[in-house]
Ligand binder design. Structure first.
Ligand code: 4NP
Length: 167
């Protein structure tokens, strides 16, 4: 079976989406699912393209055992819509931007808000921590750690349903 591909999307691809990528990758590693699910991230703007993640975000993530080694890239409508199975946006503006990029409305069912996977921590948006300081970075990680578990369960359920249909 083809690997499922998750693509997280934020604005600059240096804080929230690379953190979401690292958090989900760690869960996949712990559950030995790296051969079934792959993860990437991107931003809707190219301002930070080619840069490593924000130093402050890296530092807060490292304290929890995550290595942010992603290099920022812009969301690529030409290939990311077709190649991804779950396109997960960090806030409502990014969601609306990605929906708008899907000009022919072909990929609507693949586009999600991270808040759809709220677990114990209820939230509407993964807030942009860029101008918020320490509290913002910690809050982003709290939200991502909690919601990634719900997201992973959803993906595992989808894989199981597909396997049942096949057999
Ligand atoms: P991110 O955070 O979207 O979570 O990567 C931001 C990074 C950069 C900027 C804004 C938000 N910026 O304005 O450059």
């Amino acid at each position: 079976m083809k690997k499922k591909k998750v693509l997280f999307v934020c604005l600059g691809n240096i804080c929230r989406s690379p953190s979401a990528e690292a958090v989900l990758k760690k869960l996949l590693k712990n559950e030995n699912l790296e051969n079934k699910i792959e993860v990437d991230s991107s931003g809707t703007i190219d301002y930070h393209e080619g840069e490593p993640s924000d130093k402050r975000m890296q530092m807060h993530a490292a304290k929890r055992g995550y290595v942010l080694d992603h290099i920022a890239r812009k969301f690529n409508s030409e290939k990311d819509f077709a190649e991804s199975d779950y396109i997960i946006t960090m806030d409502n503006m990014i969601y609306n931007d990605v929906i708008t990029l899907d000009v022919k409305k072909q990929f609507r069912s693949k586009i999600f808000k991270m808040s759809q996977f709220s677990g114990n921590i209820k939230f509407d948006e993964v807030i942009d921590p860029y101008y918020l300081g320490t509290e913002g970075f910690e809050k982003v990680l709290d939200i991502l750690e909690d919601s990634s578990k719900v997201l992973l369960n959803r993906i595992k359920d989808d894989i199981e349903s597909e396997n049942k249909i096949r057999n």
